[in-house]
Design a protein around this ligand. Sequence first.
Ligand code: KG4
Ligand code: ZN
Length: 320
Amino acid sequence: MILGLETSCDETAAAVVTGDGRVRSNVVSSQAALHADFGGVVPEIASRRHLELVAPVVREALTDADVALEEIELVAVTQGPGLIGALLVGLAAAKALAWGRGLPLAPVDHLHGHVASLFLQPEPLEPPFVCLLATGGHTLLLDVRERSGYRVVGTTLDDAAGEAFDKGARLLGLGYPGGAQIDRLAREGDSTAFAFPVARVPGLDFSFSGLKTALLYAVKELGADELERRRADLAASYQRAVVRALVERVEQAAAVPGAQRMAVVGGVAANSDLRASLPDAVFAPLDLCTDNAAMIASAARYVSPIACPAYLTLDAYAAA
Ligand code: KG4
Ligand code: ZN
C-alpha cells in the first residue's frame, strides 16, 4: 500500500495506490481559483496554500481509500522538477509521515510520474512505447523501454505546449489555467478561420514561441470589438496549430521502422482535439492527465526506496 504526495505546482494531491497499480483513492485539491486573479501561479501563494492543504488532503486520501495510516508501507513524493517552495512542503510532509512510522520513502521525478500514469490498472501499458509528454513546463518525446525510466528523443526549444495554451488563453482574455478554457471555447469556433504557422525545427524537437507571437499580432490587428466576435475562431485556430505541431512529431516518431506504440501523457493530453487527432495512440486517463498523486505513487513502484531515516537529508530540485 503506497501513499503518494504531489505538490510541485498548484495542485495539492495525495493518493493511495496498491503495489499492483490499483488506485484506491486520488484526491486533488486545485488552487487554480486562488491564482486566477494573477493570470498564473504565484509561487509564494502556492507554497502557503500547500502548507494548509497537505494534511487534510492526505487525511481525505486515506479515508477515501478506507486505509489506515498504519497500513501504508511506502511513502512516495515528488522531489522535482517544479516550484521549489511548493515541492519542499510535500517533501517535508512525506518525510514526517514516513519517519513517524519508520517507513521507507521513494523520491519520484514528476515527469516519470506523468509517464507512470500509464502503468495503473485497469489497463496498464507495457513498454516499449514512444511517449509524448506535454505539460505546462515540458514538451518531450520519450523512448520508454522500461517502467523505471526513459530516454529523451525530442524537446521544445522554447515554450512548452501547455505554456503555449496558457499564454494564448491570456492573449484571448480567457482565464487561468488556459488549456481547458481554449479547449472549451474552440468547440464553438472555426479552426480554419485563421492560418497560424507551425514551426519547422529539425529532428524531433518542438517550438511554440512563434505561434504565440502570431496570435499576439492577430489579436492586435482585430481590435477589441472584433476580438470579442472572433474569439472562438481564434481559440479553435490556435489550438489546431498547437495540436498539429504535436501530432506531426508523434507521427514522425511513429514512422521510424520498428517503431512501437505511441502514448500521450501530461496536462495537454486532456485536450479533446489532440485526443481526436491521434486515434491510435494510448492516452492517459482524463483524470490522470493533469497533476495528481496517483501517478507519483505509481512511479514509486519502479524507484529504489530509501530506508528510514536516510531520506531526512533529501532535498527537492526545481529543474530537471
Ligand atoms: O501536467 P500538468 O497538470 O502540470 C504540469 O506538470 O505542468 O499540466 C498543466 C498544463 C497547463 O498548461 C494547462 O493549460 C494544460 O496542461 N491543459 C490543457 C488542457 N487541460 C490542461 N491544455 C490543453 N487542453 C486541455 N484540455
Ligand atoms: Zn505535471
